[in-house]
Design a protein around this ligand. Structure first.
Ligand code: FCB
Length: 426
């Protein structure tokens, strides 16, 4: 390699993690014993979908990507064809403990094998313990508001660390607590389905307590000295649409709930910050708009199939915010877009990596970058469906052409994009 190439590569140290992210309920298939499946198959929801002329099968997770049976092939291809060295997945609590106190050994063995398969192919497994789905038995007792839930949660965490702890260095306790509370407890658009600010606050406290206790427990139980525990925070880049006192205050409030709230409760209990970044919000107060007029304006040229505003630069801002605030290593645990035609993805990924290089150049201890998602899946943001296509590949396991960009980035440890920047500058 020429000197220039080598210099560029040092922007990302060796061992930097490049990968793709997933979650259990979204890809495994057959997860019928949790609260999401119950929600998806609710007869009223199905009737409403039919009345809207939609095919309910597109809105029920069902067999999803059949990862439960195809995981070996998927992990092998992530290593050999996508050249990635990290893979984020989650454990489905309702699979390993389908009834309170009854452990399913076959399903535990399956997760052991997922982790082993990662190791076999040189992939660092990044394991999420809770990605929004609760076992039905726990949700029927009140979910995160049930008094007994933390004790059960900790038994589950303990069991998983005992089973997988030798091979798992990076644990994520909870995925996007604030987003979960927003959809599930304020908007009522996802389980648990409240529209109740008090319950939202209680749920937030319960989640932060669950995280803090799990943090201690994992450190106590893990056989690995190098174990790292954190959360994956859903961070948005939030700016006022135009500067005036009202918009500025509104943006501040929204930033508080989106970024600060959970961290205030859990900030001392994290070895790294996991950042999920998807979108830019421009906040303006306009009484004509719904939801207290605290809405966003999207006059945007580049938006995803979800209508989310695509601003890669926001990745830089949210990671920098997290770095300044906590001075902890950062992993980008999700970054991606719904783009069925693959119009923007190659650009969006390459730009994201440029922002990552910028962060490293500014001294931010960024250690990994994971794309959402390895595969088109059952997307959890409402309306919960298969139609948003976030995958580097389709469910039929056909790579989109942008996957080649990610593969080259991973293979060259980021140099692929840094080199392109050189061309841009010329
Ligand atoms: C995030 C979720 C993830 C995925 C993306 C699109 O909020 O963490 O599971 O569905 O949105």
């Amino acid at each position: 390699m020429d000197n220039e190439g080598e210099k560029k590569m040092t922007q990302f140290p060796s061992g930097f993690l490049w990968g793709a992210a997933t979650s259990a309920h979204q890809i495994e298939g057959g997860n019928t014993k949790n609260d999401w499946y119950r929600w998806e198959t609710d007869p009223k929801r199905i009737a409403r979908l039919k009345a809207e002329g939609k095919n309910p099968d597109d809105y029920i997770s069902g067999s999803a990507c059949d990862f439960r049976h195809r995981y070996r092939e998927d992990i092998k291809r992530a290593a050999e064809e996508l050249h990635t060295n990290a893979f984020r997945f989650s454990i489905e609590w309702s699979r390993v403990e389908p009834e309170e106190g009854r452990w399913d050994e076959t399903e535990i063995a399956y997760y052991r094998d997922v982790v082993k398969t990662c190791r076999e192919f040189g992939i660092e497994p990044i394991v999420t313990l809770w990605h929004w789905t609760l076992p039905l038995w726990a949700s029927q007792k009140g979910g995160w508001l049930w008094r007994g839930v933390t004790a059960r949660w900790l038994q589950y965490v303990e069991r998983m660390v005992r089973e997988l702890g030798n091979d798992v260095k990076i644990w994520i306790t909870i995925n996007e607590p604030t987003v979960y509370v927003g959809y599930g407890c304020l908007a009522g658009e996802a389980p648990p389905g409240f529209r109740n600010p008090w319950k939202a606050i209680e749920t937030m406290y319960a989640l932060s307590y669950a995280h803090a206790e799990a943090y201690e427990l994992i450190h106590h139980m893990s056989p690995r000295k190098d174990v790292q525990v954190g959360i994956a925070a859903g961070l948005q880049w939030i700016t006022p649409w135009s500067h005036n006192i009202i918009n500025d205050v509104a943006a501040f409030i929204r930033r508080f709930f989106a970024m600060r709230w959970f961290f205030m409760l859990a900030k001392k209990k994290q070895d790294f910050v996991g950042v999920n970044y998807y979108r830019h919000f421009q906040i303006r107060v306009n009484p004509k708009l719904p939801r207290w007029g605290l809405f966003w304006h999207e006059p945007v040229e580049r938006q995803s199939d979800m209508g989310w505003e695509l601003v890669p630069e926001g990745l830089y801002h949210v990671c920098r915010w997290a770095w300044k605030k906590f001075r902890k290593p950062i992993y980008i645990t999700e970054y991606g877009l719904a783009d069925e035609t693959d119009t923007w993805r190659a650009w969006y990924l390459a730009e994201g990596v440029r922002q990552a290089a910028r962060l490293r150049a500014d001294g931010v201890d960024l250690r990994g970058f994971l794309v959402w998602s390895l595969i088109d899946n059952f997307e959890m943001p409402p309306p919960m469906s298969f139609w948003p296509k976030f995958g580097l590949q389709t469910r039929e396991r056909v790579w989109r052409s942008s996957a080649r960009v990610w593969a080259e980035i991973a293979r060259t440890n980021g140099a692929f994009v840094a080199d392109e920047r050189r061309h841009d500058a010329e």
